[in-house]
Design a protein around this ligand. Structure first.
Ligand code: FAD
Ligand code: SIN
Length: 561
């Protein structure tokens, strides 16, 4: 029996929750989310939200900085919208209960690389945690919003329409809650002729639910887990982009994966970011022997945009053979450092590093997916019935490189815009009954008895991406990566059709698709621009100043201007 709702939101980060709260004023919302409701990239955001509040700042300056970072590929109209609507969205967040730092009654503004003014609204160095807390608290009190935690969307439900494009009607979702686990329900093959699974241990239940909605909204975030080293949490496996791509949606600019310059380098630290805000407050990048090096790479030194800083670190690590560089804020008063960066201070202390007296060993790591599902100015994708917001999209805001702290902003602005637009359509959408759709079919699939295959392929995929599709690329490395990814995809496909789905397997299939899209888009771009640097085409070409687009069945190509 299908579960029906007005708005099905997949993902509970800043974009999904912003949409849910606004849409709940006009209808019922179900938020499906992979793990606990607060687990997301949003939760780990440190620096803050870029928005114009300072008297010496302006929308024009925010727009100019964003365009400069985006290296020619930003869509100016989108940049304008985000800059101008940002302050209003931040005020709304504050009204919803978010507590940001203030100085003398005014919001206190931090500084980050590429910004020409103090513009970063923050809650010390744990801004994302505060945003999630405030939005989830509001959602908890809203009777129109229901959460399905530990539910992983598998695929979109697509319906063919005579004479028109296929329409998205909802999603198939894997339920991993305790309720689903006890007692394990039988699989539901539609065709009763099909044999029951041969082997299904009780600890691995297989419950796939059918969700139908008037509008399905992907808010699934990024895909940092496609790389071996990342600042992202485990949920960031690009599921939304992969699902949309399989369903036939247009995806763009996947070659532009942003590497954050400063992730903590420590054998026991998993994915811990050291915020750019430290450099905003004067921290200096040094070689292990103490030499400051950013002046050799950019006149803006440590406050250059992060693609430049990440490439400079990569260059210096390769040149000196060092495994890391140092980020040094020891010249600032210890009380200042403790007050402004309590999370980073405490986390580094856990690993034996007192950042008030010792420099921090750091390395670049995969951080942010600038490409994604293409949308219009209201979050509509190229598939009717399917909307997308937040990091899983390519709205045109970031171009070839995202400016620091513009992504929380994008999630807020587009979460709101999509809900506002759908509010005008929901009454009409309700006129049509929910369509009959087939339930999820397991066919002859059996429970996996070789999870090690999945784990091994995960590891191989992430290493391949790290080694061949990292900060600096070449045609030969991309070809090598493409061959390996294609082989892994063949194995994954075979495994997928033979076995009952698990979250691990679904995520593996999705990161393989993301890897294919990144390599495909990178191979199509014969120039270096923004985050895409290749030794075979070191120059930027005016002729190629356009988005790379890709669709299932169509090879990536640069769209004519
Ligand atoms: P997310 O917050 O990632 O949420 C995605 C949601 O989708 C999660 O709930 C996830 O569980 C769920 N999901 C995914 N797949 C599925 C599926 N198949 N089924 C069900 N649910 C699914 N940006 C800034 O602007 N400022 C910062 O200071 C900043 N700092 C950052 C620091 C770190 C360490 C990281 C990792 C990122 C940072 N970013 C920052 C980037 C920013 O946090 C993200 O781009 C932004 O939070 C993305 O929001 P989102 O709502 O699109 O996705
Ligand atoms: C940071 O705090 O350095 C991350 C900011 C961002 O990713 O926008």
């Amino acid at each position: 029996m299908a579960i029906t709702t007005d708005f099905l939101v997949i993902g509970s980060g800043v974009a999904g929750l912003t949409f849910a709260l606004a849409a709940a004023e006009h209808g019922e919302v179900i938020v499906v989310t992979k793990r606990s409701r607060d687990e997301s990239n949003t939760k780990y955001a440190q620096g803050g939200i870029a928005a114009v509040f300072a008297p010496d700042d302006s929308f024009e300056a925010h727009v100019a900085d964003t365009l400069e970072a985006g290296a020619g590929l930003c869509h100016e109209v989108v940049v304008e919208i985000c800059a101008r609507e940002g302050p209003e969205r931040v005020r709304e967040l504050i009204a919803r209960g978010a507590q940001f730092d203030h100085d003398n009654g005014q919001v206190s503004l931090g500084r980050e690389g590429g910004h020409s003014a103090r513009r970063i609204v923050h809650a010390a160095d744990a801004t994302g945690m505060e945003i999630e807390r405030a939005l989830l608290e509001q959602a908890r009190q809203n009777p129109n919003i229901r959460f399905a935690e530990h539910h992983t969307a598998i695929d979109l439900i697509m319906l063919s329409r005579f004479g028109g494009p296929d329409v998205c009607a909802g999603a198939y979702v894997l339920d991993e809650t305790d309720a689903a686990q006890s007692p394990p329900p039988p699989p539901r093959p539609r065709d009763s002729e099909r044999p029951a699974p041969r082997h299904r241990p009780a600890s691995k239940p297989h419950v796939v639910e059918t969700y139908l909605a008037r509008a399905t909204v992907l808010a699934t975030g990024g895909a940092g887990k496609v790389y071996l080293y990342t600042t992202n949490p485990d949920v960031a496996t690009g599921d939304g982009v992969a699902m949309a791509y399989r369903a036939g949606a247009e995806v763009a600019n996947m070659e532009f994966y942003q590497f954050h310059p400063t992730c903590l380098f420590h054998p026991e630290a998993k994915s811990f970011l050291v915020s750019e805000a430290l450099r905003g407050e004067g921290a200096i990048l040094r070689l292990p022997d103490g030499t400051a090096f950013m002046a050799n790479h950019d006149p803006r030194k440590d406050l250059a945009p992060r693609d430049i800083v990440a490439r400079a670190i990569d260059f210096e690590m390769k040149r000196t053979g060092s495994d890391y560089v140092l980020l040094d804020i020891t010249h600032r008063p210890a009380s200042f450092v403790r007050e402004h960066f309590p999370t980073i201070h405490a986390q580094c202390l856990r690993y034996g590093i007192d950042i008030t007296t010792q420099p921090i060993p750091v390395v670049p790591a995969a951080h942010y997916m600038c490409g994604g599902i293409t949308t219009d100015l209201y979050g509509r994708t190229t598939i009717p019935g399917l909307w997308a917001i937040g990091e899983c999209t390519c709205t045109g805001l970031h171009g070839a490189n995202r400016l620091a702290s513009n992504s929380l902003l994008e999630g807020l602005v587009f979460g709101h815009r999509a809900a506002a637009r759908l509010a005008t359509q929901i009454a009409e959408l309700r006129q049509s009954p929910f369509p009959p759709v087939p339930e999820w079919q397991v066919g002859n699939a059996v429970a996996s008895d070789e999870e090690v295959v999945v784990a091994h392929n995960w590891d191989e995929m992430r290493r391949t991406m790290w080694n061949y599709v990292g900060i600096v690329r070449s045609d030969a490395r991309l070809r090598r990566a493409a061959r390996r990814i294609s082989l892994l995809q063949e194995e994954i496909r075979e495994y997928y059709w033979k076995h009952l789905v698990t979250r691990d397997l679904l995520e593996l299939r999705n990161i393989a698709t993301i890897a294919e899209l990144i390599v495909g888009c990178a191979s199509a771009r014969h120039e270096s621009r923004g985050l895409h640097t290749t030794i075979d085409y070191p120059e930027t070409s005016e002729r190629l100043c356009t988005d790379t687009v890709v669709k299932r069945g169509v090879l990536p190509y640069l769209r004519g201007r």
